[in-house]
Design a protein around this ligand. Sequence first.
Ligand code: SF4
Length: 242
Amino acid sequence: MERPTVTKESQSLQKLTEALGTKKGRIQDGVLSWAGGSIARYPWRRAGSTPYEVLIGEILIGKTTYAVASRVYRLFLRRFPSLNALAEANEDELAKALDFSYMKRYGAFIKAVIQDLLNKGIAKVPSDSYALRALGLQPYNVNAIMCFGYGFHLAVIDSNVSRMLSRLFCNSLPAQPPRGLIQAIGEALLPDRNAAQYNANLLDLADQICNFGRPLCAQCLMLDVCDHASVCVDISSIQNKG
Ligand code: SF4
């Protein structure tokens, strides 16, 4: 009888599974104890935010910086506090609420999503990922609405979190890990409780600390379990001084 062969893929998967088992607790603790102020900084990620608020906030933050998005968000919600109020807005009112001229097209996109909902006879932001995808929302926005707006136990992974997870597990991943694999890692790391707090902290950590150009590894709470840390510039400089 022929013995089953161990493929490279199954070896990689086993390596990744072992790494997840080893690092999971440390990563959860590090993310949940991050005191970067993420909840205060992003009001739509606070407990009690409505799905409409999450929809608006996450679309804005996906298109611009925190400073611009938070300012526009407050103006926008003041003028259009509900889905119905936004559906009745005209172009001029939208332009005023968005304030910055380059944000106008995102206002049009937000309004198109809301209009589509109302045309379909749906009077609230759906709590169903298929219905949210059908409105043209990206997977990140869908999971953010489901988690922060409706309390579903889901990993919320934007491009920053994707980069951070790829760095944490780079010794067990292909050079260009597929999106589905990163999502699966995110789901595997999600704690049983406090998923919204964990997701909000992770989004902030990945943006503030594990940034694109020069990650601030010396300030990172996951330093001791990160595969990428040994090649980080700020760590090398500390070690060289030692
Ligand atoms: S140690 Fe550095 S590379 Fe690793 S997750 Fe933290 S900031 Fe990112």
